[in-house]
Design a protein around this ligand. Structure first.
Ligand code: SF4
Length: 261
């Protein structure tokens, strides 16, 4: 009898060549070209299970970096625990913002309401740069279908001297959902509540019928990315306030678990 664990890690469906190509790309990097110097970065979001399952099928000991902003939905933290156990991942690394910088720049935890770019820089971008320092390559779960800004996402890119792999770049939402079902992977609990893209609780709302999958991220603010996928050279060297008004509150968001007042 096939166990849940075995089904999650099962080999590719020969009728779906994209899965084979993604695994080949990952295996080449993990086992050969970047062996011992590569990590996967995961938000444990709506579609994260598939990339993590592909990685676990090659090396369950690969470092998995999770940016713990202190603002995640409690459902995301529970899902992280569930997926790590299910896939047998053995090197989860929870990456947190610098405590002194948090106390200095965002002492009451409200920066996201007024200057979300600076909040992301503090809670995501800077911690990830620090966490990636030992690695010369990393793996992301971005897909081209997610937004216009990701429409030409390559499978492999090099950003400021570090290789970044996007093995699912060419997959559609339907293909990912089908492969998640085929592997019997658990769904993030918020997906069923209308969250097809899941970030920090204060900056994520459910989307309505016909809306873009990322329409619920920083909704109403004009912001579309947190900044971790931009080249450091392209980031603002001297952060300035971006929004004159707070981001509208999300009525459907579960309260965050961090230092949200
Ligand atoms: S997504 Fe929102 S709460 Fe999370 S780091 Fe960015 S601005 Fe802050």
């Amino acid at each position: 009898m096939t166990t849940f664990h075995a089904r999650a890690l099962q080999p590719v469906d020969p009728l779906f060549p994209k899965a084979g190509a993604a695994i080949d790309l990952l295996r080449e990097a993990i086992v050969r070209t970047h062996h011992g110097h590569i990590a996967v970065v995961s938000s444990f979001g709506a579609e994260s299970a598939l990339l993590l399952a592909l990685v676990a099928g090659i090396d369950p000991g690969l470092p998995v970096l999770f940016l713990d902003t202190g603002k995640h939905f409690p459902e995301t933290l529970a899902y992280r625990t569930q997926l790590v156990a299910r896939l047998g991942l053995t090197d989860l690394r929870v990456v947190q913002p610098d405590a002194a910088a948090l106390a200095r720049i965002d002492p009451d935890g409200t920066l996201h309401r007024f200057i979300p770019d600076d909040c992301c820089a503090l809670r995501k971008v800077a911690p990830l740069e620090h966490a990636l320092a030992p690695f010369d390559a990393w793996i992301s779960g971005r897909k081209r279908y997610q937004s216009a800004g990701r429409a030409v996402l390559p499978l492999r890119e090099e950003v400021d001297g570090r290789v970044k792999l996007n093995p699912l770049a060419e997959w559609s939402a339907a293909e990912i959902a089908a492969e998640i079902r085929r592997r019997d992977l658990p769904a993030h609990p918020l997906v069923a509540r209308g969250f097809p893209s899941i970030g920090c609780a204060p900056c994520t709302r459910a989307v309505g019928p016909g809306e873009d999958v990322r329409a619920g991220r920083w909704a109403g603010s004009g912001k579309t990315e947190c900044g971790i996928h931009r080249s450091p050279a392209s980031r603002r060297p001297d952060p300035q306030p971006v929004f004159p008004q707070p981001i509208p509150a999300s009525p459907s968001a579960t309260p965050a678990t961090g230092n949200e007042p």
